[in-house]
Design a protein around this ligand. Structure first.
Ligand code: ADP
Ligand code: MG
Length: 706
């Protein structure tokens, strides 16, 4: 054993041939360290040792006795080898049976004392132990596979839990080389086991509580690293220099008075938080969260106006052409009469206020600070676009927070203030972790006069009724959205492929399947159900020009019904649409269903959301969305039901599993955050915590929160 270290390759362990090595690699296990960090996902409790005669049908137990006889036989079709043994202890005898493991007789020989764990079954020839876990008592000091809590690992073909367990036990002594990265005082305060104890107990616990404590320790460690990472990121941004944009009370007062409506309290509060942030020479890093229709754009417009008055520029970026156009129109309307030069730049369009210009001319003007607010798509971060005095970057509906986009906006000297906006409700634990580098403002209150959207789960037998209802709505002059079921990647997933190319291929395949689903739904609705209506479809394979035309036609009421995938533009404003019909609603998360629903109910008419499920069954989740209209509450529920993985980008973020799992637990997340903050406040560079610092460095390489 002495020759092994944490970095020893798995290939150097006894009896690991090429074939096994490959399989271990597939599980992400390259060296002994990886193996020790390959945690069981559950335990089988074989700790109860009883006399043979006390065995009961279907109850798990361990018996120990002498092998009276053992032999292999072939079934008459010769397809299968059966190993049969008779075991005896003082109380009686029992048969044990295994299938297709002829090698068992090499070790389990007549006369040896064996320990067997499993369930007793009763067959035509009487009771027997069916494929029990086994080991010879003479070979161990402490049991590994029987007579204890036995770890069960995520397996792959050819690598069983038993196999993994054997090697974990073999290499467990190497765990003493692991360095403790959690500071001693924190271990004490949080009553966490040391690294060595935790490794031992997560694999081979005496009591299930020991395993739980070990698990908690690793979750704590991972979450601590995540917190440190995020908090350090935050500090880094705060050390950069931004242009101060002083608050101009008169200007804002004028703006508010000119508005055709009264701002909600939440809009005021959010605006105030932003004004305070930008009135500082450290860059703002703020996320504005509010349901679709809650009025984020007005808040963004106020911040831009304020920026303009200090001769600084604003870049306002939207994920799609249509949304950029919509923002452009809205911001122009809101800032009318303030003498602000507002421009639009997308790949197909460039305008200054109401005038078309060439792209070249526009880019020249941006460079010379002749444009105050530039609204557009990703075109804003092309290399030709260069700002003279970019004071504020506003990024709408990017899955994560626009931090990367800010970095790609070209500006002289200073870092622009960043305002990210999203309609995805963020559960509290995520706000405290993944989003921890951002300050968050919430708009929870909807503008006055918004109607509640009636949500109904439609059972299969009421489908035609629902169609009739929709037809009536459309006859009244309203419009409808139809969302097609999401196509999911196949469930049978091997450990996630880190291979980018493979990932791309998979994504492309999914995209095609989604297109097919939309086409089928469209055919059905257009040809069979609503032959008289004007129906169009929109999906990921259309060119943005085509999509834009369809969306425009829909907005201009030339289309009655729009069939689409789940990826249609989130913030799009169609006040005349009153029906949202979601097929395969059971396949979407609550947060997403809530967002779909938010696309209707933006005008004065009563709106409806119909949920159809693929199975025809009503799930807890569907009931939750029917009952609840609060996006935050739904996000919290979704977090509890489906975990954090479904929130945008988090599944791909590289956040380790235990940390991911613990993101469901608010008080845990809070206590980790507190410890992380206290660590950094005493020692921002972690100079006195070398091991932790080193782990953090490794952690950074694995994580990508963009
Ligand atoms: P979001 O971007 O949050 O989805 P928008 O900013 O597009 O929402 O606002 C949706 C609509 O509500 C817009 O037509 C906007 O003019 C209007 N609106 C915004 N704030 C208010 C308010 N306080 N009262 C009434 N209408 C409002
Ligand atoms: Mg919006």
């Amino acid at each position: 054993m002495a020759k092994y270290t944490l970095n020893t390759s798995i290939g150097e362990l006894p009896r690991i041939n090429e074939k096994y090595l490959k399989k271990f690699h597939k599980l992400g296990i390259i060296n002994i360290r990886d193996l020790l960090y390959y945690f069981p996902h559950r335990y089988e409790d074989f700790s109860k040792i009883i006399p043979i005669k006390e065995l009961e049908k279907d109850k798990i137990a361990t018996i120990q006795g002498k092998i009276i006889s053992i032999k292999n036989t072939r079934t008459f079709k010769k397809r299968m080898v059966i190993t049969e043994a008779i075991i005896e202890d003082k109380s009686g005898t029992i048969k044990a049976v295994w299938f297709n493991q002829p090698f068992l007789t090499n070790n389990l020989r007549q006369g040896k004392i064996v320990s067997l764990s499993g369930k007793m079954a009763i067959g035509p020839k009487g009771p027997y132990l069916s494929s029990p876990s086994y080991e010879l008592i003479s070979t161990y000091k402490t049991p590994t596979h029987t007579a204890r809590l036995v770890p069960i690992y995520p397996e792959t073909t050819g690598i069983s839990s038993r196999f993994i367990r054997y090697y974990v036990k073999l290499t467990l002594p190497i765990a003493k080389e692991l360095k403790e990265s959690i500071p001693q005082n924190i271990l004490k305060e949080e009553s966490l086991p040391s690294i060595q104890e935790a490794i031992k107990n997560i694999h081979f616990p005496q009591k299930i509580q020991d395993a739980e404590k070990a698990k908690k320790r690793f979750a704590f460690e991972e979450l601590l690293l995540l917190q440190l990472f995020v908090l350090k990121q935050k500090r880094k941004i705060k050390n950069k220099k931004a242009t101060r944009i002083p608050f101009d009370k008169e200007l804002i007062k004028e703006f508010v008075e000119k508005l055709p409506f009264k701002l909600t309290n939440d809009q005021r509060k959010a605006a105030w938080e932003i004004f305070k942030d930008i009135d500082n020479n450290k860059p703002m890093n703020r996320l504005l969260q509010g349901d679709v229709g809650s009025g984020k754009t007005v808040v963004a417009a106020m911040a831009s106006l304020q920026t303009t008055k200090t001769k600084n520029q604003t870049a306002f970026m939207a994920p799609t052409e249509i949304l950029a156009q919509q923002h452009f129109k809205e911001v122009k309307k809101l800032l009318k009469g303030f003498g602000v030069k507002i421009a639009l730049l997308t790949s197909d369009d460039s305008k200054i206020n109401n005038k078309k210009t060439t792209k070249k001319e526009l880019i020249e003007k941006i460079k010379n600070n002749k444009i105050d607010i530039l609204i557009g798509t990703h075109a804003l971060i092309q290399k030709e676009v260069e700002f003279k005095n970019l004071g504020l970057a506003i990024i709408d509906e990017q899955h994560r927070f626009g931090v990367g986009q800010r970095a790609s906006l070209k500006n002289k000297n200073t870092t622009p203030h960043l305002l990210s906006m999203t309609a995805t409700p963020i559960p509290r634990t995520l706000a405290l972790t993944i989003y921890g580098d951002l300050d968050i403002s919430f708009i929870k209150e909807m503008p006055k006069g918004r109607q509640k959207i009636k949500t109904r789960i439609v059972p299969p037998e009421q489908r035609s009724q629902a169609y009739k209802f929709i037809e009536q709505e459309i006859k009244k002059g309203r419009q409808a959205f139809v969302i097609c079921p999401r196509i999911e990647a196949s469930k049978k997933q091997e450990p996630i492929s880190k291979d980018k190319k493979q990932l791309q291929i998979d994504t492309r395949k999914l995209l095609w399947q989604e297109v097919k689903a939309v086409e089928e739904e469209y055919e059905k609705l257009n040809n069979e159900i609503f032959p008289d209506l004007k129906i169009e479809m929109i999906h990921g394979k259309l060119k943005s020009k085509e999509k834009e035309k369809i969306m425009k036609d829909f907005k201009n009421k030339k289309i009655n019904m729009l069939v689409s995938t789940s990826v249609i533009e989130v913030g799009i404003d169609i006040p005349n649409a009153t029906v949202m019909m979601i097929e395969g609603a059971d396949r979407f998360g609550l947060a997403q269903l809530h967002q779909f629903r938010g696309r209707v109910g933006r005008g004065e008419n009563q709106s409806y959301c119909f949920l159809f499920s693929t199975t025809g069954q009503t799930t807890t989740r569907l009931r939750a969305i029917q009952k609840c209209e609060d996006g935050f509450e739904l996000a919290e529920k979704d977090m509890q039901i489906r975990g954090p993985g479904q929130f945008y980008g988090i599944k791909q973020s590289g956040i380790p599993d235990l940390a991911m799992d613990s993101l469901k637990d608010l008080s845990f997340v809070k206590s980790v955050k507190k410890q992380a903050e206290s660590l950094l406040s005493k020692d921002a560079e972690l100079k006195t915590h070398k091991n932790l610092k080193e782990e953090l460095k490794k952690f950074k390489e694995k994580i990508h929160l963009e």
